[in-house]
Write a protein that binds this ligand. Structure first.
Ligand code: HEC
Ligand code: HEC
Ligand code: HEC
Ligand code: HEC
Ligand code: HEC
Ligand code: HEC
Length: 443
């Protein structure tokens, strides 16, 4: 009985100390988190004098964000903290109708107008003073800076970084352990041998056997089979090598500006035709000129936080947009062109041989083939690449398989009647229309 009791109290001690350790670690983790949460809640009500910042944010995004940013100049000045430089009554008047205020000769308004290249601001008579208060509350919120967490003295900021031990460190540690294990094995082996010989046991010496390659050389059948095998693989590899000469499938060069189709055609849903408008009407799809980019990027100087990925930070993307500005000579602080441009030289990815004729409009408009059929899921590409092999076999295979769209095309209805009589089929493939004739593709 006593023994059992003893054992019990021992395990209880162990259990208690475990629980203690656990609670200490939890407490210290919570300590680390606490000041952060406190800081976050403290920041919110700081300066919202009267208005509702949440409603204000909605109003701002709906009405003002096209021209204003909180912390950077866009078409209009940065709006964070306007309430501290202008009186409320003045802001009401300005937002309700700024040109009236300018016409009335208000000195502040006139100066502001002139400083901003005389761009008139839209009038918002529909916004009530309460609405404007809400917007002001939103613009009065202090700038939320992410690194605050790290800067807090005593905060266990490293708790969050602990999770991110890089794979390299883990790999390094693992290989170290492996190395140690190997060394230990060798040592143990040595010691065992010593012990064995000290005890007079003979570790059996290896018996001389026929080397494996000699045994192999004596078996003529095996030699023949392996020779045939080697020849076949060799031929296969050489054939494979020759067939890929000049085929640049998956070619994906680094471009002068990192332009992500994932972000543009994917997350932001910009239609391919907006930038490659020529694809529908001509032979070439074309690459958009930088003016097309500036239709949007006059107002988009940075990406949103959610756009950044593990591989590419927001700072990286923003720097790429700045490259665009340098290229077109756009001064984003003063919102005007400087006139100094540096043309961007995009690296061409798709390159058919010059003796092949390929026409986009024929495929995109007439045949209604989707861009993705030939170019792959472009809307997911972080880097543009050559998806298809662009070999003759690739073109021909598709012409053999793909039916020609007949509906609503008189020219085709007539050809269809004649050709379907000729081939005795109901549907016509591109091949039967002449899509295999050498002259159609070769000049
Ligand atoms: C069409 C673009 C445009 C829109 C939309 C717009 N603004 Fe403006 N805003 C301007 C410009 C430009 C100026 C600078 C003065 C000028 O050139 O008219 C300005 C100036 C201001 C100023 C004065 C800033 C200062 O530093 O004194 C305030 C306040 C302001 N806007 C508030 C708003 C609010 C609030 C909204 C949304 C309800 C809004 N703006 C929507 C273009 C715009
Ligand atoms: C906002 C403009 C824009 C949109 C939208 C866009 N692209 Fe592009 N595209 C570009 C630019 C700029 C390049 C050249 C840089 C590069 O290769 O990444 C390009 C390159 C390409 C290329 C490679 C061209 C070459 O050099 O051979 C293909 C193919 C392509 N785009 C297809 C598409 C498809 C398909 C879509 C629609 C899903 C699309 N693009 C949407 C701007 C755009
Ligand atoms: C239809 C509007 C539109 C057009 C046209 C457009 N962009 Fe963008 N672009 C955006 C938007 C929106 C973002 C920000 C994405 C986000 O944060 O969600 C962006 C982000 C970017 C970025 C940062 C992300 C990345 O892709 O590396 C670069 C660089 C960029 N654009 C370059 C260009 C260039 C070069 C062109 C012209 C070939 C162009 N854009 C045309 C809307 C456009
Ligand atoms: C039937 C296959 C096919 C379809 C469909 C197709 N492309 Fe292409 N695309 C090609 C081939 C092949 C090339 C290479 C052309 C060359 O090198 O002359 C190419 C080249 C391009 C290029 C490089 C610039 C140029 O004009 O040569 C762009 C950009 C492009 N395609 C965009 C598009 C877009 C956008 C669509 C949809 C509207 C589309 N493509 C549909 C096969 C296709
Ligand atoms: C995804 C399928 C597809 C691929 C890949 C494709 N084509 Fe086509 N192509 C078609 C279809 C469908 C038509 C029939 C269009 C029509 O006239 O209605 C066609 C028509 C043509 C025509 C006109 C034929 C005629 O009878 O007038 C030429 C030329 C042509 N393709 C060249 C090419 C070349 C060159 C390539 C490879 C670089 C290629 N195509 C790749 C689907 C494809
Ligand atoms: C549907 C379009 C198409 C048709 C029809 C076509 N070709 Fe081609 N051909 C191509 C393309 C695309 C290439 C380029 C392949 C490459 O670069 O790998 C090519 C390449 C070639 C080459 C060069 C071989 C090489 O690998 O560089 C020869 C020779 C050739 N074709 C002969 C013919 C003959 C003969 C015919 C008629 C029986 C014919 N082609 C019909 C699209 C076509």
């Amino acid at each position: 009985m006593e023994k059992v009791g003893n054992h019990n109290s021992n395990s209880r001690k162990l259990f208690l100390s475990l629980a203690l350790m656990l609670s200490i670690s939890v407490a210290s983790f919570a300590q680390g988190a606490a000041p952060v949460a406190a800081a976050a809640t403290a920041a919110a009500p700081a300066a919202s004098s009267g208005g509702d910042a949440v409603k204000g944010k909605e109003l701002f995004n709906a009405n003002c964000a096209a021209c204003h940013k909180l912390d950077a100049k866009a078409t209009g000045p940065a709006l964070r903290g306007v309430a501290s430089r202008r009186e409320k009554a003045w802001i009401y008047k300005w937002v309700h109708n700024s040109s009236d205020l300018i016409k009335s000769g208000d000195a502040v308004a006139v100066k502001l107008f002139e400083e901003n290249n005389k761009i008139p601001m839209t009038a918002f008579p529909q916004l009530s003073e309460g609405d404007i208060d809400n917007i002001i509350a939103y613009t009065s919120e202090p700038k939320a800076t992410a690194p605050v967490v790290a800067a807090l003295p005593g905060a266990k900021g490293d708790a969050s970084q602990d999770g991110g031990i890089s794979n390299n460190v883990i790999l390094g540690a693992l290989s170290l352990v492996m190395a140690i294990l190997i060394v230990m094995l060798v040592l143990v082996n040595k010691v065992l041998r010593k012990v064995a010989s000290a005890n007079g046991i003979n570790v059996a010496p290896k018996e001389p056997t026929l080397p494996i390659w000699k045994a192999f050389a004596r078996n003529q059948f095996l030699v023949l089979v392996s020779a045939i095998f080697l020849l076949l693989t060799g031929a296969y590899l050489v054939y494979g090598f020759l067939m890929q000469v000049g085929v640049d499938q998956d070619y994906s060069p680094i471009q002068p500006i990192h332009f992500s189709h994932r972000i543009h055609a994917g997350s932001n849903g910009v239609n391919c035709n907006y930038c490659h408008s020529a694809a529908r009407v001509s032979k070439n799809a074309g690459i958009p000129s930088l003016n097309v980019c500036m239709n949007c990027h006059k107002n988009i100087a940075e990406v949103s936080d959610t756009t950044a990925t593990a591989d590419y930070s927001k700072a990286y993307y923003d720097a790429e947009i700045n490259k665009l500005y340098t290229a077109v000579g756009w001064d984003k602080t003063n919102q005007k062109y400087t006139g100094v441009t540096q043309p961007v030289k995009w690296v061409r990815i798709h390159n058919l041989q010059s003796f092949v004729y390929f026409n986009h409009s024929q495929h995109v408009t007439v045949a209604e083939v989707a861009c993705q059929t030939c170019h792959g899921p472009v809307q997911t590409y972080e880097f543009q690449k050559q998806f298809s092999p662009l070999t003759m076999g690739w073109c021909i295979n598709c012409h053999r398989k793909t039916d020609v769209k007949m509906e609503g095309n008189e020219y085709y209805t007539k050809i269809h009647e004649e050709l379907s009589k000729k081939y005795g089929v109901d549907k016509l493939t591109a091949a039967q229309m002449g899509g295999l004739e050498c002259g159609k593709c070769h000049y």
